[in-house]
Design a protein. Sequence first.
Lengths: 372, 373, 247
Amino acid sequence: MRPLRFLLQKEFRQILRSKSLIFTIIFGPIIQLIILPLAANYTVKNINLAVVDHDHSTYSKKLVEKIYSSGYFLRAGYGDSYNAAADLIAHDKADIILEIPQNFEDNLVRENKQQVYLAVNAINGTKAGVGSGYLGAIIADFNNDVRLQWITPQRFTQAPTIDIVNANWYNPYLSYFMFMVPGLMVSLLTGIGAFSASLNIVREKEIGTIEQINVTPIKKWQFIVGKLIPYWFMGMIVFTVGLAVSRFMYGIIPVGNVGLLYGFLSVYLLTLLGVGLLISTFAETQQQAVSVAFFFVIIFNFISGVFTPIDSMPGWGQALAYISPMSHFASVMRMVVLKGSTFHDIQSHFIAIIILGVIFNTWAVINYRKTT
Amino acid sequence: MRNSALRQLFAFVQKEFYHVFRDRKTLLMLFGVPIAQILLFGFLLTNEIKNAKIVVCDYAKDYGSQEIIRKIEASKYFNVKKASLSHDEIEAAFKSGEIKMAIVFPAGFYNDLSHLNKAQIQVIADGSDPNTATTLTSYLSSILRDYQSQEMAQNNMPYTIVPEVKMLYNPELLGAPNFVPGVMALVLMLVCAMMTSISIVKEKELGTMEILLVSPLKPFLVIISKTIPYLLISLMNLVVILSLSVFLLHLEIKGSVLLLFAESTLFIISSLALGLLISVNAESQMSAMMTSQLSLMMPTMILTGFMFPIENMPWVLRMISNIVPSKYYYTIVKAVMLKGLGFSAIWQETLILGFITFVLVMLNLRNFKTRLA
Amino acid sequence: MDNIAIKAEKLTKRFDDFVAVDAITFDVKQGEIFGFVGANGAGKTTAMRILCGLSKPTSGTAMVAGYDVYKDPEKIKKVIGYMSQKFSLYDDLTVMENITFYAGIYGLSDKDIKKRGQALLDQLGIGHEAKTFVSSLPLGWKQKLAFSVAIIHEPKIVFLDEPTGGVDPVTRRQFWDLIYAAADRGITVFVTTHYMDEAEYCNRVSIMVDGRIDAFDTPSNLKKRFSVNSMNEVFYQLARGAKRKAD
């Protein structure tokens, strides 16, 4: 055990001495945690709507006013040339065109049925779907207004209506911060964990000091544990600071047991550092380590469910998410912080992360050679 | 004289090529990252919510509730489980993450609907994910609207406005058209800025930089020669990404390929300049990497507009996004590749991108003089 | 056996179809300064790495301090010191911190670390530099410090891989004084070099050419055998026949 003490002493000295490293490892995530949630908001609003009105009737104007007064749409142009409006879409000045045909009002009254045309910039599929959905609902609403005007109120109420009594649990105001902040914390921790330990070991390879370590009687596990522990602590500190930021910046107080979070985190960090170690055993230079770590961090992030839902992935994607450590921590984090899930609720994730941790670390220890 | 300077430059570039192209592992990753990203975005990731696990508690079990449930089951958005759960059981299912939503049909649903003309459905969503909660709720209400108009069809409602929707550029609402230009921006930034800064700091760390700087080649050209392999790799990456998009994701390049490459080269130069700026200030490869990640990768991912809509962000971030080169590049790629527009449509963005690049290059030149002094 | 520190018999190392070390046989007596001489690429470093337990031989046998390199590489590591041609101290630690670290991982007690560390600094005459970062020491000092750190745990054998590369003649002379001092304390010194004047300082020398040991004796005997005046000429005669290119 004595050699381990000196290894740790050396690692901590080196880390604490490198001011810029400490700064980026600890303050970097904090700054990101303050900025990112402000940006990570999928809510579709401020849709730029251009209107092509060939009718210029009372109805067409009423419809347009009703749409803009909903608050979701911004005025991007009003005219009677479709081509001019199409140009707006081409230049990203407009997202949707609403085209109201000539004799819209007359036809509606005379023929009981009239079409309006929507052209949607669908490059961003989500925005297109949601935006045209809003527009459809407003038009349907307008339609009701029209009917009310033409049909006796008595007859109209005969149309049956279904009310949705809607409740959103755990996050009644549907705040994005509540959702994104815990997810982003996981993402930031993952970045630090996967890079730091692997770069550290590869750095010793590159400088040549690892050769000196390898001729000493230090055991493999002592060397690896000596490298893991400092970054494990670092992860714990970053997480603690992250919790404080989300508490004071965003007012997020974990509903569930914070001890449970730390318990899961401590295993998660070991797993993640194991991935970093494994990378370091394959890489000869820091540049290699960075690119390999980057490759995995990107995959971990995108399949983690932090940014896009795992349920929407095809089966093989979900399987991939299952063997990626980050998706487990992301789920657990959100479950415990927002819903107050207990150990019982997250035990399957716990088992998975332990298994993954054992696999990655064993693989790393086997692959780390003192001799060639 | 001129000729010999050129030959010297060539010798340096050749040395850099050996470094970069002999490092198989790094090279593999440089090409692996874009390929993996294209595959991920093309086949795995979607912002769309589908197959969401929900539970339906049907206490009515009448014609109305069953008709609606059939419609819910038929939609690709929901993965329905039928069960009669208590309030507590629903809560437990939310907490273990089994379901995203619970729909409760009260007893006598259809009776109320047909006799009182009014009925209620209780919908409880797991609001911890607001996106999923709102999207599922809106899918559900459109299914209900559908059901209602089907019921009303017998009454033949008058004065109906029918919206006819045409989806431009991406009629199937796929994720790829939105993501591919974003991935291009991200990968080019990664290869150029991060790798260049690391490779230069490495020479600083190992002390070989000084040797290079005392060589007969002008110091500025030494630096230029370090960036050329990455410029080339980036262009190769571009070819890989575009071929994958065309052949695997069946995405058509509607505009001029030449224009696309010209604009990309401009963006690549701006990224290389950023990488050089980082290398000046970083004292170790680790800190070069961290700085690139913090000051380049994150802004590129967030402020480009392909992951999160910029117009929703607070004004500070919207302002900052205006100096992020990838934002302009992303707009340009979308215009040329997906909309098939020509230079006349993107000259403004090109001008801004060109200006940013110019400023970055000038900053480097100034830095370089102080580096020597 | 008792006074034999290292014994190698038909020791061979292959990398694919390249034979780096070709069936070399030699022995090193306890307390002697043994020079392992050869051109760059002759196989010196590879042979040394095998003896240190950093690399596994392909065939042949080798005993270091009584331990088999196949079976007990970890036991060997306890009783040897090693200084590589790459720089082995941490730039971002101070002189004393480096000493503490290496002494600590060899299991010295806190008291010993302090005592021997101070003695070491005094011997090198840099007692006032204990808190200086290694990065700001001149190369010659770094080299001497690295050697002293490599023997801080009083190993039976110390392996030095081209320890004086890039230092001036005066410093090299001082470095050899340190080597003699260590040998006087009974530490066996195994040193690779391609400086022939350094070969003269050794008790016995083996000259490697193309992975084989072509000559093996005391410097004076070798000079006599080739009837020349300096080791330089001995080496030149042997190396002329080399086929392998220097790396």
